[in-house]
Write a protein that binds this ligand. Structure first.
Ligand code: HEM
Length: 205
């Protein structure tokens, strides 16, 4: 039995980190646009005008890379089988003291829902962003509604991303190796994604 198995190719990892860097750039440049409380962040980008320009450029980068990432693994994240339903019924075992064993494929339902949410949020943020970008070209109510929706969806995205980062790092040791090096330990794969492990190794976990 090999000690490591491949989880993500180099291009998949590069794509994920482009999404991540553009997401956090949007966060830092966007905060100052919402409140004077965060104007301090503008100095990181050489002033307000530069921050707005960088927000627009990283917005386009995030929109394209995030949707590309979704369509790249759409088959793995958009279908839910009976084993996934068991996971949902038991809330992933997170609220239980007993050791739980689920027959999970490449992603668990929580990861699938996160990926679907991020894709939907990307679409909404992109569309509302266009209305905010050229406010004089659209009716005032559309621009105001867009501003509200843009902020709301971004706040939700941040909350989910915080949970995602926790679960991908200290919450589940060994997971970050997948995105850093492309390979994961066989024991990690057997424990967290036994069905996927079986598929890629043809070995019964
Ligand atoms: C420092 C920040 C981040 C870290 C450390 C991180 C880490 C990871 C890791 C380790 C995986 C692979 C999980 C696995 O193999 O089971 C992953 C997957 C993924 N990441 Fe991230 N990520 C970060 C930021 C983001 C951001 C900002 C987004 C989107 C806005 C994102 C979206 C995704 C998606 C959609 C997946 C696939 C589904 C999933 O595993 O939940 N990540 N990430």
């Amino acid at each position: 039995m090999s000690k490591y198995i491949e989880r993500f190719s180099t291009s998949e990892r590069v794509l994920h980190w482009i999404v991540t860097v553009s997401f956090f750039t949007l966060l830092l440049t966007g905060l100052g646009l919402y409140s004077t409380l965060f104007h301090g962040y503008f100095t990181l980008f050489g002033g307000g005008q530069n921050a707005i320009l960088i927000h627009k450029i990283s917005g386009i980068l995030f929109f394209l890379s995030s949707l590309y990432m979704y369509f790249n693994h759409k088959n793995d994240v958009s279908t839910f089988d009976q084993d996934d339903k068991e996971w949902v019924k038991a809330k992933g075992g997170y609220l239980s003291r007993d050791a739980s064993h689920f027959n999970i494929g490449k992603y668990n339902p929580g990861q699938k829902l996160f990926a679907i949410f991020i894709a939907a949020a990307t679409l909404v943020l992109g569309m509302t962003g266009i209305f905010i970008w050229s406010p004089t070209a659209f009716p005032r109510w559309i621009v105001q509604l867009s501003l509200m929706t843009h902020g709301l969806i971004f706040v939700c995205s941040i909350m989910f991303v915080v949970v995602h980062v926790y679960l991908a790092t200290i919450g589940n040791p060994g997971t970050i190796e997948a995105m850093l090096y492309g390979d994961v330990r066989s024991l990690w794969a057997k424990r967290h994604h036994p069905k996927w492990y079986k598929e890629v190794t043809e070995e019964k976990p």
